[in-house]
Ligand binder design. Structure first.
Ligand code: PMP
Length: 425
């Protein structure tokens, strides 16, 4: 192993003295894969660089936002200009109108949109609105879908909760969680069974492509079936596109799968690397939000001018450059390379991919839901993960996370990734 880790180890030890587990978001701590997380100093394009000056081809992309690559120059100069005018006003700005108009033009289902500061805020607010609108309490979510860390959403959540082996978070009163019903992804009959028993369902929330149990695409008919069930039962249908929004297509899963949800949630790319989330959708539902309606939701830094600027520039560049065909081709190239490497090595592997979002599972069975993802060989993943890391390739430190390709990744980067992966097998 040539990778130096001395400074990251020192920083990690120090961080643990001040911050729980040394990190401000659990999966970063490398608990499930073991070892020390590299402490990152800077990033440019498809690369990140750590405190020991190791360079990595980055497939985390700040967990999604860096779709254009890190430190994209046009975005940085827009931010630079905006900074000169002040950091935050806590009052309306025209930037918010601009971003709202831009997002609405891309997403036909958004009649009204409200900006917040994280994906968690977006999903919990959307659910509050759905409850206010329907005057019902229960919600349906899917095993393995992560929708942020609101109390009642930390039930059978994927991502960090799955990685840390925490089925349901401590600190959540049972009386909060009892309003959350859990169905099986890609299984409409599991939703129908819940609807037979429960009449007071306000909302159904889904990651249209699961990204938080690794990447798990919807099977044909699944999202259509959910749409029909929600319409039939008067349930607010919520797409959590915090990960898939502006990722699986410019218009996210709504565009890619041609489904119209009632409400959608965004995060990650919509802020281009600064803290932004958003939720929006049908006017009659969104008009329940204060100050128009009685559902309260607010935020000191919501619509922050710097965050709006970076979001705007990011979406503008995504629109102009039409990067999605390029991302699709790069995704297909990486997928083919990974598949060939495992075939050559005689190791069973499932590669799941939707556009530039991907993951691989060491199992011979197709991974179509959270149960299937859980049966994949995680020890094997951990070994391959460390081999990749030691050789300059940075994946999310968990078998239950998706990888992201950015517009800045070159075919050379992808080829190198496949070669290192193949050698590791
Ligand atoms: N929903 C989904 C689908 C996510 O992937 C995430 C974060 N990974 C969230 C919600 C929560 O977003 P945030 O971390 O910005 O609160």
């Amino acid at each position: 192993m040539t990778r130096k880790t001395k400074l990251s180890e020192k920083l990690f030890a120090e961080a643990k003295r001040h911050i729980p587990g040394g990190v401000n978001s659990p999966v970063r701590a490398f608990k499930s894969v073991g070892g020390t997380p590299p402490f990152i100093v800077r990033a440019k394009g498809a690369y990140i660089y750590d405190a020991d000056d190791n360079a990595y081809i980055d497939y985390v992309g700040s967990w999604g936002p860096a779709i254009l690559g890190h430190a994209e120059p046009n975005t940085l100069s827009a931010l630079n200009e905006a900074m000169k005018l002040g950091l935050s006003f806590g009052a309306p700005t025209s930037k918010e109108i601009e971003l709202a108009k831009k997002v609405k033009a891309i997403r036909p289902s958004l009649e009204l949109v409200r900006f917040v500061s994280s994906g968690t805020e977006a999903t919990m607010s959307a659910i509050r609105v759905a409850r206010g609108f329907t005057k019902k309490d229960k919600i349906i979510k899917f095993d393995g879908c992560y929708h942020g860390h609101a109390d009642y959403l930390l039930v059978k959540a994927g991502s960090g909760a799955a990685t840390c082996g925490i089925p349901d978070s401590a600190g959540v009163p049972a009386s909060f969680a009892e309003h959350t019903l859990v169905a099986r992804y890609n299984d409409l009959s599991s939703v129908e069974a819940l609807l037979l028993k429960h009449k007071d369902v306000a909302a159904l929330i889904v990651e249209p492509v699961i990204g938080n149990m690794g990447c798990i695409p919807p099977e044909p008919g699944f999202l259509e079936g959910l749409r029909e069930l929600c319409t039939k039962h008067g349930i607010v249908f919520i797409f959590d596109e915090v990960m898939t929004g502006f990722r699986v297509a410019l218009g996210g899963a709504e565009e890619r799968y041609k489904i119209t949800p009632d409400l959608s949630c965004f995060g990650k790319i919509i802020g281009g690397g600064l803290p932004v989330g958003a939720y929006g959708g049908r006017k009659d539902i969104m008009e329940c939000v204060a100050p128009v309606g009685g559902v309260y939701q607010a935020g000191t830094l919501s619509g922050n001018p710097l965050a709006m600027t970076v979001g705007l520039k990011t979406i503008e560049l995504l629109t102009q450059k039409n990067v999605y065909a390029d991302l699709e081709a790069k995704g297909a190239f990486l997928e083919a390379g990974l598949r060939k490497a495992t075939l050559d090595a005689g190791i069973p592997l499932q590669v799941n991919r939707v556009g530039s979002m991907f993951s691989f599972f060491f199992t011979d069975k197709p991974v179509t839901d959270a149960d299937a993802a859980r049966t994949a060989d995680r020890e094997h993943f951990n070994k391959v993960f460390h081999h990749l890391l030691d050789n300059g390739i940075y994946l999310a430190p968990s078998a239950f996370e998706a990888g992201f390709i950015s517009a800045a990744h070159t075919y050379d980067d992808l080829e190198k990734t496949v070669a290192v992966f193949a050698a590791g097998l």
